[in-house]
Design a protein around this ligand. Structure first.
Ligand SMILES: [Zn+2]
Length: 496
């Protein structure tokens, strides 16, 4: 391999395989490894036993495209320009697979055909020598109503496992799986539907009916449901069903989410078996792209708010030779690229926003950053204030279109039907996570000094990144745009 660069031999795991598993909508409080006692995720819990477990890892955005862009580039949305569903990742940003490819890695990315963002339309295929976007399998919420049998689960990960077998053992590989098995609308069968008096299970099953005809599969909804005008009430019909059913409805909603998490664990099992079968030293990362709301803070779904349920994600990093431990250091998805590059002895791109977590892995430091950001939201128009969050323990500052606390409402009434919508109103929320982990008390009015300090930090970062990127023209075809619109995005970009 004279044509490729050689990795640093002094690295933690030079030239090791890397498998990165990103789980859509995964909350850490549903994992045994994070203290849940329902045993929903035996495979993930097994991985956790051999991993460094991060208790304070934050997403880079509240929607899939934003989060995956931060993971793959080591840069926040203000740097790459990926701040809503209308922007793709510009070619100028080196991605993790691209960097690894320079060192002789074989690189493959795997997901299902849905509004994931992890697909060539958005430029997230940059650097992947192979990207396979499969028809949503029957065991996923995107493959509901398909006629074929459900199988034993884990079908999303099968192409990844098959590809890993084709990579010669003398070549390192980077494989990325993005699974949507735990994504809304959670249910994949009619089981228990008739016994559910709240109607929530039935509504979830029927969500998206008619949205896509092919083989009667129905795509799962995406995020960004609160954008005025997307739906008349500001909520999806399914959310109204849950609200009408009261606490019972929320309970069913939460049960179906837990079931989907349990099914998703099968995907991880398939990936883990593939790693074992290959038998090469492997760095394994499991991360949530963002969380999910289960009526915490009065919100259902993700893509509007930046509460902890969505912003904080599970993160496990397993490195051969590195002792398992738990850390509460603040880390961000932007740190993944420099961390993985450093672990395998590869030089990351210069000037990125992320920082290597290796000092936490080898315990030479107890913290690596004081602030983490989440930037953009799926239906942000690009005008007016940028939605997002500044996380700086014990504080978290949220700027979002969703009310900070139940009952809080702006005074501006919604426009009459047919009238121009105008820019969405922004709420500014400040919470002290140490004193108020559930984020029930908005301190923005009583602590304006903290709001100003954190806002300035964010603005300084944004102005330093200004002009770094030229927004990328999307390569979306009209069918993709239609799918996005039908799956919950207020999507305004025109096809090229
Ligand atoms: Zn996602």
């Amino acid at each position: 391999m004279a044509d490729v660069q050689q990795w640093q031999p002094t690295a933690l795991c030079p030239g090791c395989d890397i498998v990165l598993i990103s789980v859509c909508s995964l909350r850490s409080d549903h994992l045994g490894a994070y203290g849940d006692d329902r045993k929903l995720t035996p495979t993930i819990d097994k991985i956790a036993k051999e991993s460094v477990r991060f208790k304070r890892a934050y997403a880079g955005g509240n929607f899939t495209l934003g989060s995956l862009s931060t993971m793959l580039t080591g840069n926040y949305g203000s740097t790459t320009g990926v701040l809503n569903w209308g922007r793709g990742l510009p070619q100028q940003f080196r991605t993790l697979p691209e960097v690894l490819g320079l060192y002789g890695y074989r690189t493959g990315g795997f997901s299902v055909d849905a509004a994931t963002g992890f697909r060539p339309d958005y430029g997230l295929d940059n650097g992947f020598q192979r990207m396979a976007i499969i028809d949503p399998p029957r065991d996923t919420p995107d493959g509901r109503h398909r006629s074929e049998p459900m199988g034993s689960g884990g079908a999303t990960a099968t192409p990844l496992a098959e590809w890993m077998e084709t990579v010669p053992p003398d070549r390192p590989l980077f494989a990325m799986l993005h699974t949507r098995s735990a994504h809304f609308p959670f249910v994949v069968s009619t089981e228990g539907m008739n016994e559910d008096t709240t109607g929530v299970r039935k509504a979830l099953w029927e969500e998206g009916a008619g949205a896509r005809d092919s083989n009667r599969a129905m795509p799962g909804k995406a995020g960004g449901q609160m954008r005025p005008g997307l739906v008349a009430s500001g909520e999806l019909a399914i959310q109204n069903t849950v609200r009408r059913a009261g606490q019972k409805g929320v309970t069913v909603w939460n049960q179906t989410y837990a079931e989907s998490v349990q099914r998703m664990d099968k995907d991880i099992e398939v990936a883990l078996n593939a790693i074992k079968k290959r038998g090469r030293k492997t760095v394994l990362v499991l991360i949530g792209d963002h969380g999910e709301t289960l009526d915490d803070n009065n919100e259902l779904l993700h893509g509007a708010g930046f509460f902890e349920s969505v912003a904080r994600v599970p993160l496990l990093i397993s490195v051969p030779g590195v002792n398992p431990t738990v850390t509460d250091a603040l880390v961000s998805q932007v740190d993944l690229l420099p961390t993985l590059a450093s672990i395998v002895g590869v030089t990351p791109p210069t000037g990125i926003d992320g920082t290597s977590l290796v000092p936490l892995l080898n315990r030479s430091a107890s913290e690596v950053r004081s602030t983490a950001l989440l930037e953009g939201d799926p239906s942000w128009t690009g005008e007016g204030e940028l939605p997002g969050a500044v996380i700086s323990p014990p504080w978290t500052l949220l700027r979002q279109t969703f009310p900070c606390t139940p009952g809080e409402h702006h005074e501006r009434p919604p426009p009459p039907p047919g009238a121009p919508l105008g820019e969405p109103l922004m709420y500014t929320c400040l919470f002290n996570l140490e004193q108020d982990p559930k984020q029930a008390k908005n301190l923005a009015k009583t602590h304006p000094d903290v709001v100003t300090r954190l806002s300035r930090r964010w603005e300084a970062f944004r102005s330093a990144r200004k002009g770094r990127t030229v927004p990328r023209d999307l390569r979306l075809d009209p069918a993709m745009i239609e799918m996005l619109q039908r799956t919950g995005y207020d999507f305004r970009s025109e096809p090229q």
